[in-house]
Design a protein around this ligand. Structure first.
Ligand SMILES: Cc1cc2nc3c(=O)[nH]c(=O)nc-3n(C[C@H](O)[C@H](O)[C@H](O)COP(=O)(O)OP(=O)(O)OC[C@H]3O[C@@H](n4cnc5c(N)ncnc54)[C@H](O)[C@@H]3O)c2cc1C
Length: 399
C-alpha cells in the first residue's frame, strides 16, 4: 500500500506540482495544493518537482515475504500447434547453466493440449522436471487461461526464476503473470547470469535506446522473471534418452475461462521465411521507393534462402506486413547476414538488428547512420544494386 499527502505548513502555493503532474491530479485551493486521489497514480512526479519538500509519498513494501521458499529455475516452453518453439530450447540451454550454478533443478512449464509426448522429451533438452497442464482451452495461446494457469503453478511450486521468450506470446503472458504474482520482471534480456551468494538473477538488457547495457536485479521479489530475446542464446544440445519427471497438474474448469474467444488462427500468406528464425535477412526501408520494389528484395531473399525484413517506414507505408518489421516496435533479429537496403539506420531500427553477425548496408547517402553499424557498406542506388546482387548470387550459387 502507498499513500501521498501535502504538508500544508511547507506548501507555498508555487504550483510547480500542478505543472509536474502528468495526470492532472493536483489543483490549488486557498493557495495550497490539493491532490485528487481519483486521478493520482502515486507516480511521484510531484514529489520530485516540489522544491519545498511539501509532498510526502510513502510506499510500503507490504508484508515481508519469505523468499527462501522459492527454488528452481523455470522455463516457460512456448508451443504452437503442439510444436515446441526453438526459443524454448534456447532458454533451456541457458536455464540449465543457471540452475547448475545455483544448485537447483531446471523445470520446464508446458501448457497445451495432447502434449504428453512432447513433455516427456524435454528431458533431452536438459529439463529435470516438466510442469504440464493439458487442457483443450490451452491448445492455442490465449491470455486469460494461460495467465491463470501459470499464476497457479507459480503460487503452488514457487520458482526462484522464471524465463520466457521475448516473443509476442511471451511478452503478453509474462507481464500479466508478474503483476498477479507481485514478481520482478525484466523484459528483452540479452544476457543472464546469477549471483550465487545472494541468489539473484542478473538480467542484462540494452537501455537508453541501446546506448548502454544495464544489469537489473530484483532483490525483494520472487520469482525473478525475465523475457529473453530470440537467437541470443545457444539452444540446449539434444541428449537422446535423457529422462524427465513430468508433473501433470489439473485445475478446476473455471481456471480456463477466457474473456476472449479464439475464432480462427489466420496464417500470414508469407512467401518467405519468418524473420525471427532466418539466418539471412534482406530488409528494405523507405529508400526502396515503393511497394512494387519490394519484389526485388523478395527475389534476393529467395536466392539466398532468407527472409524479407523492413523498417517501420516501409511497414507504415503499407509496402509490406507488420510481421516483417524489425526494431523497437517490431521484431529483434540476430541473423548471420542482414542486408539493409534503403534504410537510414535510426536507433529504433538498429535496436532490432545490430546484433546480426554481418551487416551489409546499401544507401545512396554516404553519411547515413546505418554505415556506422555496417560490416560492409555500399554507397549507391538500391534499385540498381539489389538486382545486380541478385544476378551475381544466382550465378555464384548456380540458381
Ligand atoms: C517509438 C518509436 C518506435 C519505432 N520503432 C521502429 C521500429 O521498430 N523499426 C523501425 O525501423 N523504425 C522504428 N521507428 C521509426 C524510426 O525512427 C525511423 O523513422 C525509421 O526506422 C526510418 O525508416 P527508414 O530508414 O526506412 O526511412 P528513412 O529514415 O526515411 O531512410 C530512408 C533511407 O533510404 C535512403 N535512400 C533513399 N533512396 C535511396 C535509393 N534509391 N537507394 C539507396 N538508398 C536510398 C536514404 O538516404 C535514407 O537513408 C520508431 C520510431 C519511434 C518514435
Amino acid at each position: 500500500m502507498a499513500s501521498i499527502r501535502i504538508l500544508l505548513d511547507k506548501c507555498t502555493g508555487c504550483t510547480l506540482c500542478v505543472k509536474a503532474c502528468p495526470f492532472g491530479a493536483i489543483h490549488m485551493a486557498d493557495r495550497k495544493a490539493v491532490i485528487d486521489m481519483a486521478k493520482c497514480t502515486l507516480c511521484g512526479a510531484c514529489v520530485a518537482a516540489c522544491k519545498f519538500s511539501a509532498i510526502e509519498l510513502e510506499k510500503s513494501a507490504g508484508p515481508k515475504r519469505d523468499l527462501s521458499a522459492y527454488k528452481d529455475v523455470w522455463v516457460f516452453c512456448e508451443q504452437k500447434k503442439g510444436v515446441i518453439q526453438s526459443i524454448s530450447f534456447e532458454l533451456l540451454g541457458e536455464g540449465r547453466r543457471l540452475a547448475d550454478k545455483l544448485g537447483v533443478k531446471l523445470c520446464a512449464v508446458l501448457l497445451g493440449h495432447d502434449m504428453e509426448t512432447a513433455a516427456g522429451r524435454l528431458g533431452e533438452r536438459g529439463a529435470d522436471k516438466v510442469y504440464l497442464v493439458d487442457h483443450p482451452a490451452l491448445a492455442a495461446y490465449q491470455d486469460d487461461p494461460y495467465t491463470a494457469v501459470l499464476v497457479k503453478l507459480v503460487e503452488e511450486y514457487k520458482p526462484e526464476a522464471l524465463l520466457c521468450g521475448a516473443t509476442t506470446i511471451g511478452r503478453s503472458l509474462i507481464s500479466r503473470v508478474a503483476i498477479r504474482t507481485n514478481a520482478g520482471l525484466t523484459a528483452d534480456c540479452t544476457g543472464l547470469d546469477v549471483d550465487t551468494k545472494e541468489r539473484l538473477l542478473l538480467q542484462t538488457r540494452p537501455a537508453f535506446g541501446g546506448n548502454i547495457m544495464a544489469t537489473i536485479i530484483a532483490p525483494n521479489h520472487r520469482p525473478q522473471m525475465a523475457t529473453v530475446r530470440h537467437k541470443v542464446m545457444q539452444e540446449a544440445p539434444v541428449r537422446p534418452g535423457r529422462g524427465v519427471e513430468v508433473v501433470s497438474n489439473v485445475y478446476p474448469e473455471e481456471t480456463f475461462a477466457s474473456r476472449t474467444r479464439l475464432i480462427e488462427v489466420v496464417e500470414e500468406l508469407a512467401s518467405t521465411v519468418n524473420i525471427s528464425e532466418a539466418d539471412i535477412i534482406v530488409a528494405g526501408g523507405r529508400g526502396m521507393g515503393g511497394k512494387e520494389n519490394f519484389a526485388q528484395l523478395e527475389e534476393l531473399a529467395k536466392v539466398l534462402g532468407g527472409a524479407v525484413g523492413a523498417s517501420r517506414s516501409a511497414v507504415d507505408a503499407d509496402w509490406i506486413g507488420y510481421s516483417h518489421q524489425v526494431g523497437q516496435t517490431g521484431k529483434t533479429v540476430v541473423p548471420k547476414l542482414y542486408i539493409a537496403c534503403g534504410i537510414s539506420g535510426q536507433i529504433q531500427h538498429l535496436i532490432g538488428m545490430q546484433s546480426a553477425k554481418t551487416i551489409v548496408a546499401i544507401n545512396k547517402d554516404p553519411d547515413a547512420p546505418i554505415f556506422k553499424v555496417a560490416t560492409y557498406g555500399i554507397v549507391g542506388d538500391v534499385n540498381e544494386l539489389v538486382p545486380a546482387l541478385t544476378r551475381e548470387f544466382k550465378r555464384a550459387l548456380n540458381k
